[in-house]
Write a protein that binds this ligand. Structure first.
Ligand code: SF4
Ligand code: SF4
Ligand code: SF4
Ligand code: FES
Length: 944
């Protein structure tokens, strides 16, 4: 099979300004001081047999297979744990070493089931390889003595098995769980012959703290820890390098296949976002791509009360196009619009907004970033000049203080969280600002210095109080501010934050956070050296989301924490391509590359390339489209890969608006919630079925490569192209690389991006152009993109959503590790073992006051609606606050969220809803109606 090369140098690289030169088997090698003899040899092309060493983990020195001779030294040291020294003369091969190595291998093999031919790892087993490498032909020890061959398998994990009879106790799995993943779920239990690998407190993997990241499985050199798919299907035949389609970390994966069936997804060691690590979703939860619920035939119907009718692609596309044309002729050009998908590729997103602007002839295009990170775009563009995070992920390894605000990285950005935890274990300090006690507050060997457990909705008051401390205690980095920031804005800001009402003592009663803690956290942030901010939707999904983004930008500028490694303001973006969908011009006011539609020069370049006149007025945002639908002026919508009937706030309002439209076209993998209101269904293609690129949270553009043919016949970009052609605006691309070429021609920050470049270097971070041909890991290095950094006044304004006697609790929402957003994908995998339903976390005091016991069904009620779910009593939430996830449509968490939104961007205020919770023994009316409605609206007529 064609293999994607991953060289294993045996031990990790070392950074050192000094180098040492040594001689290995007569060859001179120069390496950084601290490098192991094993790695030095590997760099010189000399391979030393090894079992317990691998270059993703610190060496352990247990197997004794890698021994070498060093001139002037006694014995045969292990090359993996021996540092290279200047002048050393090392022999890696001679008869004595060969004999010793054979002896070691004999011991291993004598206690190993000799079933290589029927073993799932046959052909991909390092024990087998090493037996060959050391020339082991027969085994003298036999099976007479004690052995481990009859130990029971642990098959509790849905995705991998643990077969201790094959374990060589090399502890690579233990080290992978500690060093790479940071979960510490495995231990090496017992000593000598009795030593064995144990999960948790000697329990099954499923019952232990294991988060199923797969790092131990990848590290295991034998078939002890192995994917169940490999056991079932055998070894893969071919590989395709691609990018995970779940979250904004953008992990690089090797899809390993037999024919057109995926055997496994293995994280790619050279992937610059993940360096060989993964989480349970990307690694294992891809089975949705071939789930029986996939719709692979286009369908149409005259009304949503009718059953779906399967039709040809041609008929479906022609019908959608004629409906859009009819609506525009009857109600006007602005009566239709489109929603691009942050799950789809850059190229596909670019085409959807192009269709809206060029074929519909308006700017009614929007994307799900509207409901997540639109305040990031607005806030960072205003203060720094670029609508994106400032750093690469690797930057966190240089941070001295990490401040995590309104984000839950271990659940929502797990691979980045593992890297962050590694830095925290090395000694960086942690400040967590979150209403809920997220895992990061205390995990093995990591404990936050401060957890500022504020009341939901009071972020801005808190960040202003931190800024007040910095400004009044002489902690401003005067040099940075003078050099880099606008002096007038700075002076106004200084005057503002110094006001007594912004002092920690004054805001203590607003936020509920003790003033002393706010002051101490601010001092730590300002004086640590490199201080970095990482934040999530707990910042943006508020009525003051944009203000808070600006508040964080102010704090970073005031303390000089921008423009180098280890610092910055970093949004942890949710969906795999939400950064890309924003970059590609999905918003109604911006052309690709964040250029306003009223910008004549930018518009002219698109007009000349596309051969049409473009509207210079911003179009409708999603909430405006919905309102206009209810007003009767908006009648048709093309929705690619987004489920607004589950993900958007106040679902009843969303569905009423969808029901009021005359033509709803949904393009998706599944009949999602929105499809219940659709008239045309166009089957989508999963990430395995298409070529393109995704852009992750660090602006990294990575290739998505087609591993199998589209199940429905077309990739999503092809479908959009067909629709545009049917609408009368011709598009003709033969491959997504041509779309990227067009993007590069029209978007200055993408000018240097080509598929050739990506194939050559793996991935690049934009801007990538003449000035930065290799991309830009860190932004604003010598100056802000906008020129001078702009301090903004960030006055705290309480949300209109207030608690009161009827709704005394505050609901806030979030995600969990094993499910993803609306769950359309992750619910169709075995990840449901960990999370079958959304539950409501409630503090013991609030539960007791209401007579609620753990596991009880409760009614969750707000001014918008009511739903029923199960209660989980937890001290993670503070009294007065309840928390739930929104992964399951039956729960309908967004039935209760309100329509309040960010003042600047309309990003909904998901994170603050006043609610009441009561025990109940019935489902909410909404849920009963919903079940019935979905049953009716998802019927597919029997084929004729
Ligand atoms: S799957 Fe990940 S978390 Fe679980 S034991 Fe292995 S390394 Fe640890
Ligand atoms: S399970 Fe695999 S990695 Fe872990 S000790 Fe055994 S052989 Fe080594
Ligand atoms: S961290 Fe995100 S991108 Fe990486 S494997 Fe998990 S879901 Fe995929
Ligand atoms: S590889 Fe060096 S002791 Fe195992």
């Amino acid at each position: 099979m064609s293999m994607i090369a991953e060289t294993d140098y045996g031990t990790p690289p070392r950074q050192h300004e000094l180098t040492v030169t040594l001689e290995i088997d007569g060859m001179s090698v120069t390496v950084p001081a601290g490098t192991s003899v094993m790695r030095a040899a590997a760099l010189a092309g000399i391979s030393i047999p090894k079992l317990c060493a691998t270059d993703s983990l610190e060496p352990f020195g247990s197997c004794r297979l890698c021994l070498v001779e060093i001139e002037g030294r006694r014995g045969t040291p292990a090359s993996c744990t021996t540092p290279a020294e200047a002048g050393m003369k090392v022999s890696t091969q001679n008869d004595r070493l060969a004999k010793l190595r054979r002896g070691v291998m004999e011991l291993y093999i004598s206690d190993h089931p000799l079933d290589c031919l029927t073993c799932a790892a046959n052909g991909d087993c390092e024990l087998q390889d090493m037996a060959g490498a050391v020339g082991l032909r027969d085994v003298r020890y036999g099976f007479d003595g004690d052995n481990h061959l009859n130990q029971a398998k642990d098959e509790s994990n849905p995705y991998f098995t643990f077969d201790p009879s094959k374990c060589i106790v090399c502890s690579r799995c233990v080290r992978a769980c500690e060093e790479q993943q940071g979960t510490f779920a495995l231990t090496l239990d017992g000593r000598g012959f009795l030593s064995k690998i144990a999960a948790g407190m000697n329990e099954d993997f499923l019952d232990s703290e294991c988060v199923s990241c797969g790092a131990c499985v990848k590290a295991c050199p034998t078939a002890t820890l192995i994917e169940k798919r490999v056991i079932d299907m055998g070894q893969p035949e071919r590989q395709v390098l691609t990018t995970c389609a779940y979250c904004g970390v953008g992990c690089s994966f090797v899809a390993e296949l037999q024919g057109d069936r995926v055997v496994r997804m293995t994280p790619h060691k050279d992937g610059k976002a993940n360096y060989g690590h993964s989480c349970v979703k990307g690694r294992f939860a891809w089975g949705y791509a071939s789930h029986k619920d996939r719709i692979t035939r286009p369908m149409i119907r005259a009304s949503i009360e009718e059953a779906w009718r399967e039709v040809s692609w041609q008929e479906a596309i022609a019908h959608a196009a004629s409906e859009f044309k009819r609506i525009q002729a009857k109600y006007g050009r602005g009566a239709v619009g489109g929603i691009t998908s942050s799950r789809c590729t850059n190229e596909e997103t670019f085409l959807v907004q192009k269709l809206v602007r060029a074929a519909f002839g308006n700017n009614n295009t929007d994307t799900c970033a509207r409901v997540c990170h639109s305040p990031t775009g607005y806030g960072l563009k205003t203060t720094f000049g670029t609508s994106a995070g400032t750093q690469d992920f690797e930057s966190v390894m240089q941070a001295d203080v990490v401040m995590v605000i309104g984000a839950n990285p271990t659940d929502a950005h797990p691979v980045f969280a593992s890297r962050m935890k590694r830095r925290l274990r090395e000694g960086a300090k942690l400040i967590v600002i979150d209403p809920r006690r997220i895992d990061l507050v205390r995990t093995p060997h990591v404990e936050a210095s401060y957890h500022l457990q504020l009341r939901p909705g009071t972020n801005v008051a808190l960040i202003d109080a931190m800024a007040h401390t910095v400004a009044t205690e002489g902690l401003v980095d005067g040099y940075f501010v003078e050099e880099r920031c606008d002096p007038i804005d700075y002076r106004l800001w200084l005057e503002f934050v110094r006001k007594p009402e912004n002092s920690p003592e004054a805001v203590e009663r607003i936020t509920g956070v003790p003033a002393a803690d706010i002051r101490a956290a601010a001092r730590l942030f300002a004086t640590a050296g490199n201080a970095a901010i990482y934040y999530g939707l707990g910042v943006t999904e508020h009525s003051q989301g944009t203000t808070m983004v600006m508040g964080m930008a102010n704090l970073a500028m005031a303390t000089g924490n921008l423009g180098r490694q280890g610092v910055g303001v970093n949004p942890l973006r949710g969906q795999n391509n939400v950064q890309g969908s924003c970059d590609m011009g999905s918003f109604p006011h911006e052309l690709p590359g964040y250029r306003h539609v009223s910008d004549k020069v930018a518009r002219a370049s698109f007009e000349s390339a596309w051969g049409v006149a473009l509207d210079d007025e911003p179009g409708l945002r999603i909430p405006n489209m919905l309102d206009a639908a209810l007003d009767g002026s908006f009648k048709g919508i093309y929705i690619q890969g987004e489920d607004i009937a589950q993900s958007d706030p106040n679902i009843k309002h969303v569905t009423a608006a969808l029901a009021a439209m005359e033509c709803v076209v949904v393009q998706d993998l599944f009949l999602n919630e929105t499809a219940s209101y659709a008239h045309v269904f166009l089957p989508g293609a999963s990430f395995l079925e298409k070529d393109g690129t995704f852009t992750n949270a660090e602006r990294r553009i990575s290739r998505v490569r087609r591993a199998i043919k589209p199940l429905a016949g077309f990739a999503d970009w092809e479908t959009t192209m067909a629709l545009s052609n049917a609408l009368g605006y011709p598009m003709s691309y033969s491959h997504p690389s041509e779309i990227m070429d067009e993007i590069a021609r029209l978007t200055p920050t993408f000018a240097g991006v080509t598929y050739d470049l990506l194939d050559r270097v793996g991935s690049v971070q934009w801007p990538c152009n003449e000035g930065a041909p290799d991309g830009t890991p860190v932004l604003h290095v010598d100056g802000f993109v906008r020129g001078k950094g702009k301090f903004m006044i960030t006055e705290y304004v309480p949300t209109d959503e207030r608690t009161g006697p009827r709704f005394p609790l505050l609901l806030t929402t979030g995600r969990i590790l094993t499910q993803y957003n609306v769950g359309a994908q992750s619910r169709r995998t075995e990840n449901t073992v960990w999370h079958r339903e959304d539950v409501l976390e409630i503090h013991p005091h609030d539960a007791e006051n209401r007579g609620i016991r753990d596991g009880d069904r409760v009614a969750l009620m707000s001014r918008s609606g009511e739903t029923t779910l199960r209660a989980h009593i937890s001290e993670r939430v503070q009294p007065g606050v309840v928390y739930t996830t929104f992964h399951h449509p039956e729960t309908g968490a967004n039935v209760v969220t309100t329509e309040f939104s960010d003042w600047a961007t309309n990003c909904p205020e998901y994170k603050v809803t006043a609610v009441e919770v009561r025990p109940t023994n019935r489902w909410a009316d909404w849920q009963l109606e919903h079940d019935d409605f979905v049953r009716r609206t998802t019927q597919i007529a029997a084929a004729k």
